[in-house]
Write a protein that binds this ligand. Structure first.
Ligand code: ZN
Length: 186
């Protein structure tokens, strides 16, 4: 088990588009394991590789007791939308309503290089969209309506952790405390 420090908002790796995985080797399987261990330790409902400082198109999730991972995803989204609270392990204790597509079909590969298709709705669909955004350097604050984004940014600037990512690079590791809406960041 190898739990990695989670990068916080302010770390440039979080706003950098990640590269596609080209080699499906032991290193990649270790990355999936590290992501899974780090997500479960946080605890969180999802985690993308850039959140542990690895700029590759890989993410994991743990939603409704189902663990999964996806590599090089491409998404088809439903037109029907959902609203609901969303958090992110890279923004400790920040939760805001964030609109997302209600359903998603995600195509990609598993860690053995085999093609897989994941169909999800509601919270799984939300997590998959949130994690895929991470791979494009897009953060959940970018998906919020203007007014929410303003309040979120104010709360973030006033938070204890803000600036620590810039000042100390990888430090500190902050655990997300329980909160409503599953209490889990993604
Ligand atoms: Zn996130």
């Amino acid at each position: 088990m190898s739990i990695q420090p989670i990068r916080l908002f302010g770390d440039p790796v979080l706003t950098t588009p990640a590269s596609p995985v080209e080699v499906f080797d032991k290193e990649l399987r270790k990355l999936v394991k590290d992501l899974t261990d780090t997500m479960r330790d946080a605890p969180g409902a999802g985690l993308a590789a850039p959140q542990i400082g690895v700029s590759l198109r890989v993410f994991v999730w743990d939603v409704d007791d189902e663990l999964g991972h996806l590599i090089n995803p491409s998404l088809s989204l439903s037109e029907e939308m959902q609203d609901g609270q969303e958090g992110c392990l890279s923004f400790p204790d920040v939760y805001y309503d964030t609109p997302r597509a209600l359903r998603v079909v995600a195509r990609g590969m598993n860690m053995h290089g085999e093609p897989v298709t994941i169909e999800g709705s509601e919270y799984l669909a939300r997590a998959i969209q949130h994690e895929t955004d991470h791979l494009d350097g897009i953060l959940f604050i970018d998906r919020m309506p203007g007014e929410s984004r303003k309040s979120a940014m104010k709360e973030i600037r006033e938070s204890e952790w803000f600036g620590s990512a810039i000042a100390h690079g990888r430090e500190p590791v902050i655990k997300v405390s329980p909160h409503s809406t599953r209490g889990l960041g993604i």
